[in-house]
Design a protein around this ligand. Sequence first.
Ligand SMILES: [Zn+2]
Length: 265
Amino acid sequence: MVPTFVSRAVGRPAPGRITAALRAALGLAVDVALPRLCPACREPVADAGLCAACWSKLSFIARPYCERLGIPFPFDSGPGLLSMEAMADPPAYGRARAAVRYDEVARTLVQAFKYGDRLDLAPVMGRWMARAGQELFDGAHALVPVPLHWRRQWARRFNQSALLAEVVGKENRLPVAYTALRRMKATPQQVGLSQSQRAANVQGAFRVPDEGKPEVTGRRLILVDDVLTSGATADTCARALLRAGAANVDVLVFARVVAATRAPI
Ligand SMILES: [Zn+2]
């Protein structure tokens, strides 16, 4: 079983983990001594999160958008409209919702969270996601974080999607199904790959392990990830969950790539 962030944190110390613990302790000491910095521009801020200037540059996603994929539309042409993508190539999942567009500020925020030891950003990012995904929670049974391969999780010490799912779950009293999905392949990073390369990259990468089946079969699930780019990862995860008998799979991410201005059809 791939251990969760919590069980990892209290697990048996290993050489790598001692260094990590030391870093965490030093980070804590620095946090107390110095003001917090905006993860995007490094200006001091009062609370965890962005400064007012960077906040104003974030593009929160709101209606009108494609009811299926959550891709924002430039203008409102009435309720229930679908994007061209949703019609031409419908995903395995039901609906996808995202808090913000994946632009410069969002990218800086995600990178600070994932690679910059800014785990304190999880509550604010998770709360924005909870707001964006409000309509998904009604009737949902659990949140399923997109898992990392165990080797990557060991190196990073945490799964960013699980941390976000924990915040969203707390806000909406939904459990996090940590063992529902397992990443079987340590797939290369999706950055720089074309859409078809991304799909091939994650093909067969996820599976519902036997111990995860009770959390999946007959359940209405919400897949949680930090960023949605081509949707290949979300689609592959949704397929694995549906194959294992999930009743429904929706997707909730912090940020999604929005390619260009699209008109509804
Ligand atoms: Zn800032």
